[in-house]
Design a protein around this ligand. Structure first.
Ligand code: SAM
Ligand code: ZN
Length: 493
């Protein structure tokens, strides 16, 4: 699709606005590392970073979060159009609380856009930690589809803390999803564990080993990477600068080798790599070094300073000196403008405008309505709706209670739960007390009717037609879901 933004652009602003402005199917790879919601405030020489979400809070957090202004709209969007995602977020709310749900909403609206702007051959790598990783996985399954889940990569690092009452926490998770089955993947290797085994030499002088099937494994091809990445090993293999030199001082900076491997595996030279939470530009630097085009987004006011100084490859000492100078805003602007031009970076503080509304793209995520709006209809309501529509009568035997007294009737299932019947109104029936006790939880409504017929318990010539009752209930349910008012309190109190 037509790209409506320039290559190698840094957007210094909220990524939601930028993502929403980017044309569909324009990005080859998204590799990103959003805030983790660890509820830790991280301070360092490179700035202050609040990694914390608070539901419905006002004022306490720095205004960068602007949470209150937007979240009702996000929720409406998710609830209206992405049911599975809505339930994933709701599950997190039930298990971990509102703050996690708030964080997931923040992330999900962005992930929906990321999904849209990926090419059909594109991939996403999302970096997170066990604080919320399992809930993030559910959201990703809901957005990308579980068949497009490729890996949960465990990045095992050396540093790492933890309580004395448990094992030390020493890993992050990186979720790898593709947009479709059309994605590509380049094998990545690491050094073999036991080089001594590669004791045969071929005609070209290359050392190899053979497996049971006689297939050759070459020492210089290394060993195919698995999904557990141990940092030390990678570093030795790739002979990169020590991390110490790479360090900018930012508390949330990730090692280059990690992002280099991701970029090599899931993109090719000339491809476009996006990091919407680019921080100190690790993804950007890795992409540039590997001859990929790039887009970085970060809302930090000093995002450009970080990117530029990393592109310049300044030493730690030089960075300190520049940070001192950067306290003078005139100096900073001058310096940054000059270097931005020199490094051919496009710097933007306004989002792009979509130009592809008329273009034919793959369909966006379908609107999915679940057949189970349990949170909308209580048992009492379903009973009332069905009785209003079909009369005060048992669907199993035709019994009509005296004085139309509804207390004789109960809500039951048409197909039992045990054979996959749902709790939604299109699988509900109204039964009298005796029918209700006869119909075990393995019997269908049809089965109950046959039994009643054998035992001569049917009290009416014409029972309610099950097929048309189901179809009426389904229409009714869909209308209810569509009409759900936006001010409806989605998560209850
Ligand atoms: C964990 S850090 C990324 C670090 C990066 N991977 C690196 O190695 O330097 C997350 C970044 O997301 C940015 N961020 C948080 N919310 C954002 C938003 N709504 N839009 C753009 N950037 C955001 C923060 O400013 C922070 O720099
Ligand atoms: Zn009955």
């Amino acid at each position: 699709m037509t790209q409506n933004f320039l290559d190698n652009t840094l957007y210094e602003m909220d990524n939601l606005l930028v993502l929403r402005g980017m044309n569909s199917e324009t990005v080859d790879l998204i590799a990103t590392d959003p805030p983790f919601n660890t509820k830790r405030n991280r301070a360092s020489s490179a700035g202050f970073y609040v990694d914390k979400w608070k539901w419905g809070d006002t004022g306490i957090l720095p205004d960068q979060w602007k949470w209150n202004e937007v979240h009702p709209k996000w929720l409406e969007e998710i609830k209206d159009n992405h049911k599975a995602l809505y339930y994933a977020i709701d599950a997190a709310k039930q298990c971990q609380g509102q703050d996690t749900a708030a964080f997931l909403c923040f992330l999900s609206v962005r992930l929906l856009e990321m999904h849209r702007i990926l090419k059909t051959t594109g991939s996403l790598y999302l970096h997170c930690d066990p604080t919320a990783s399992h809930y993030i996985k559910m959201c990703l399954d809901a957005i990308f589809g579980k068949k497009n889940f490729k890996n949960e990569i465990i990045w095992h690092y050396q540093a790492g803390t933890g309580p004395r009452t448990a094992f030390k926490r020493k890993h992050d998770s990186i979720y790898f999803y593709t947009k479709s089955s059309k994605s590509y993947f380049n094998r990545q290797a690491k050094p073999v564990v036991n080089p001594a085994r590669y004791n045969k030499i071929d005609e070209q002088g290359r050392a190899y080993d053979v497996n049971g099937q006689g297939k050759r494994y070459y020492l210089d091809e290394g060993q195919t990477c698995g999904d557990v990445w141990t940092y030390i090993q990678e570093k030795q293999f790739q002979q990169l600068n020590s991390q110490a030199k790479e360090k900018t001082g930012a508390p949330d900076q990730k090692p280059l080798v990690l992002y280099e491997r991701i970029i090599k595996a899931s993109s090719n030279e000339g491809d476009l790599v996006l990091d919407p939470f680019c921080g100190c530009a690790t993804t950007i630097i890795a992409a540039k070094d590997l001859n990929r085009r790039w887009i970085g987004i970060d809302r930090r006011a000093d995002a450009r300073f970080h990117i530029i100084t990393r592109l310049m490859g300044v030493s730690k000492k030089e960075r300190k000196r520049l940070e001192e100078l950067a306290k003078d805003s005139n100096w900073t602007k001058d310096f940054l403008d000059k270097q931005t031009a020199k490094y051919e970076v496009h710097y933007q503080t306004k989002p792009p405008t979509r130009t592809d509304k008329s273009e034919e793209t793959a369909p966006e995520l379908p609107n999915v309505y679940v057949a189970e709006p349990e949170n909308l209809l209580t048992h009492a309501t379903m009973k009332e709706i069905l009785i209003n529509q079909f009369g005060v009568e048992c669907w199993g035997c035709g019994f009509q209670p005296p004085d139309k007294d509804e207390r004789y009737l109960h809500l039951d299932h048409i197909n039992p739960k045990s054979s996959g019947g749902t709790n939604s109104i299109d699988n509900r029936s109204i039964l009298c007390q005796p029918c209700n006790s006869t119909k075990s939880n393995t019997m269908t409504l049809d089965g109950l009717r046959r039994q009643n017929k054998r035992e001569k318990l049917i009290k009416k010539a014409q029972l309610i037609d099950i097929r048309s009752a189901v179809s009426w209930a389904r229409d009714h349910m869909m209308n209810l879901i569509r009409q759900t008012p936006h001010q409806y309190n989605l998560f209850g109190k």
